[in-house]
Design a protein around this ligand. Sequence first.
Ligand SMILES: [Ca+2]
Length: 544
Amino acid sequence: MSPHNPHDPIADRRSLAVLSMTCLRLSAILLALVIVSQLFNASLLKADEVKRPNFVLILADDLGVHDMSIEGSTFHETPHIDSLTKTGMRFTQAYACCQVCSPSRASIQLGQFPARHGITDYIGAASGTKWNRSDRVLPAQYVHELPQTQTTIAEELKKANYKTFFAGKWHLGGEGSYPADHGYEVNVGGMEKGSPPGGFFSPYNNPKLPDGPPGESLPLRLGDETAKFIRSQDRDQPFFAMLSFYSVHAPVETTQELWTKYREKAVLMPPRESRFLIDRTLPVRQVQDHPVYAGMMESMDAAVGRVLEAIEVQGIADNTVVIFTSDNGGVSSGDAYATCNLPLRGGKGRQWEGGIRAPLYVRAPGIAKPGSISATPVTGADFFPTMLDLAGLDLRPEQHLDGVSFVPVLNGETLPKRPLVWHYPHYGNQGGEPSGIYRDGHWKMIHYYEDDRVELYDLANDPGEQTDVSTREPLRAATMKQLLADYLKTVGAKFPELDARFTEKAGKAKQERIRNENLPKLEQQHARFLDADWSPNENWWGSQ
Ligand SMILES: [Ca+2]
């Protein structure tokens, strides 16, 4: 039978087979085309994603605005942190959203002022009648963990395909409210505590941070962990790394080598009769010459250097935004009485500029001119919208209600005028008084909740807040007080109540104790740090 016979069943089957093969081949080609086109689309998407910048947000704890060499410190040495001011923009009027830890940390995560999110004091602080320190009012109740109902900057960036990482101090709640519960895929060392439970050398006694070799430095370890994360990143996916140092919060600890270095530096300074002056409630340090604190500063600076080096080595410096700031002012009273914020008044915990002003350096390649300086007032609540803006993502105004994007400032432009608000209905361990602050332009009004008095300062002419002009400008003071009250009412802020247990006599006795007992002890203790035979309470000298 001829193979061409149209009725030959074998030939028919062959033809069918050829036809099916052709169809299969065509399908395969079509499928291949579809795959290629999908891959092409995907690579276009990836190319788009790659354009999104990485973010490295470095948050120091209790770092004063004048603690860096670039800010005028002749005692501390901070070459790596200072380098950010040469490659980026330095803000000379940046603020933390609160004079203590947790509230301003929550503000960075949420883009809101503390009065709105409700974490108005450091988590763990006593409030109501549990506050028992012979004071006039009972500190207000406050929220004790970062609210799950809100969206953090990490959650927002994660939605946009960012890899998210957190290292260091969290202090925004316990189990169920750790960094991993708020959008950070990796957490190294973040938990409920506000200070490192094992101090600044391994063993760390931190369930979220495996110990290193005995004596390992905590800031260097956190810097290395962040550098390791940066080096391990796939360059096709953007990342957000938050390095939140436990430094330079108490306990103030350093190595023998660094103590020796800064002790030798301190003893060359003119001798001092006293280091402290009482400003209203507590003694305030008037000079930077604490050799242990200076050693802590150097270790943190070295850790920043390791992170910046990792960004360089990875070849991603031109696509990585670096933000460096602090969560409140330097500790000039209370805790370790470690630094001095002059010419700013007060320090951590206080309602004056020393308590709330923070260093802020932003390296935004191709946007912020290297070495530029801005005097525009900005706050920690602004980071949320600023980062979204830099990433080319939609803003979330219903979330970052008190923050605005300061990308225009980075571009050398201006921001629309806006007031800034602080609300601290608590007593600080550092002498801070329950108060609210309203800053409008160069005017700053402080409303004290103990007795309804106000202070008004002209920051343009009196940055050290030495002259209260509230009686000279009564209308301005009253208007600002009302505007503060209006805002606080809108956000449902909580206020302190009078403490029925308070007596003038007990209040006076407390002040006398501070003046006659605490102050002389403090002077002696701090002079001792410079003695050649000084040794720390515990043995730190096995440390690195
Ligand atoms: Ca702090």
